[in-house]
Write a protein that binds this ligand. Structure first.
Ligand code: UDP
Ligand code: MG
Length: 326
């Protein structure tokens, strides 16, 4: 199959046969989840069949290096509702989700993780809320004890910082697992930005929102793809996508530090005039130089974070490349 480039700006999906009436689109990004594929699909499809609505399951293979694609192709023989989008390499979960959103056809779209940490049983409840008129139904984790102590607390800290400096608050303890109506999905698809922090975008669009609660299960097999470094970068993406406070704050910090230095300068002049010259102060001099040097580097670094993002955004490269659809 010829490689095709899809981006959220692409017009190609417009020719998709919209006539196929699909109510539920499930999006599942997979990266090295070969053992999970059969277990996950069995549980998911059994559940969807109980709901008695037409559905499609879109599995996005995010450049897995194991046999995830083979496992998906085998599963496709059993589940005709399965659609496989194979990305040309690993683009990351956010891009994989965008690929899924772009090709989804359902009246509602539900992204879900392949590791069964998001219980598919919740879908029923989500659909009920949607039928009652909600456009977004969030799945909120009331108990995260299966995540490590460090992950839980760093996540909490992230939400606190993010929500206090950004204009859009991200609901705490809510992941990508949620229901979105077609209206919401189309709004998100129309957003032209390249650096996509999905949780933030989902929250940013608003709409009438309900919540359902669940206890986060442990990963069934395999291991988490998000190590500390990746989570740190995700957090930086989140904060820089929704707030400019980190670069604006330097103006005020600069004003405060200059004012203090100026006052200190006057103080030294007067002291010298009254008490005469003496030259101690090596330690305080060195400390203040190093301190200010450090502060300046942090400031420049933060500006660099934003410039890097502007640079990436200005290239307007596609978010992901589809190797083929099966
Ligand atoms: N995932 C992906 N691309 C990546 C990393 C992860 O598609 O680069 C998928 C992964 O296969 C899983 C989901 O994203 O279905 C959530 O990943 P994981 O369970 O590792 O995250 P955690 O639950 O630890 O936050
Ligand atoms: Mg997981």
């Amino acid at each position: 199959m010829k490689p095709r480039i899809y981006s959220h700006l692409s017009e190609q999906h417009k020719d998709r046969p919209q006539a196929i009436n699909i109510t539920i689109s499930i999006l599942c990004p997979l990266y090295n989840e070969e053992e999970m594929v059969p277990v996950f699909l069995r549980r998911l499809v059994d559940l969807l069949e109980e709901i008695h609505k037409s559905f499609e399951v879109i599995c996005i293979n995010d450049g897995s290096t194991d046999k995830t694609l083979t496992a998906l192709l085998v599963a496709k023989k059993e589940y005709p509702q399965l659609r496989i989008i194979n990305l040309s390499r690993n683009f990351g979960k956010e891009a994989a989700l965008s690929a899924g959103l772009d090709s989804s056809r359902g009246e509602v779209v539900i992204p879900i993780d392949a590791d069964l940490q998001d219980p598919p049983e919740l879908i029923k409840e989500m659909i009920e809320h949607w039928e009652a008129g909600y456009d977004v139904v969030l799945a909120k984790r009331v108990d995260r004890c299966t995540d490590s102590f460090l992950k839980r607390n760093t996540a909490l800290l992230f939400y606190k910082i993010h929500n206090s400096i950004s204009s859009t608050a991200i609901p705490e303890n809510v992941g990508d697992y949620r229901l979105m109506s077609r209206k919401v999905v189309n709004t998100i698809k129309a957003m032209p930005e390249n650096q996509r922090f999905m949780k933030g975008l989902f929250a940013w669009v608003g709409f009438k929102t309900a919540e359902v609660e669940y206890t986060r299960a442990a990963r069934k097999s395999g291991k988490s793809k998000f190590n500390g470094w990746r989570l740190w970068n995700l957090a930086l993406d989140g904060i820089t996508s929704f707030s400019t406070l980190p670069i604006r704050i330097w103006l005020y910090l600069g004003i405060i530090i200059s004012t203090l230095s100026l006052s200190y300068g006057f103080f030294i002049i007067f002291r010298t005039l009254i008490l005469g010259v003496d030259v101690p102060g090596y330690a305080s001099l060195l400390t203040s130089i190093l301190f200010l040097g450090g502060i300046q580097l942090v400031g420049i670094g933060l500006i660099g974070e934003y410039i890097g993002r502007i640079y990436m955004e200005s290239k307007a490269r596609p978010l992901y490349i589809v190797e083929g659809e099966y």
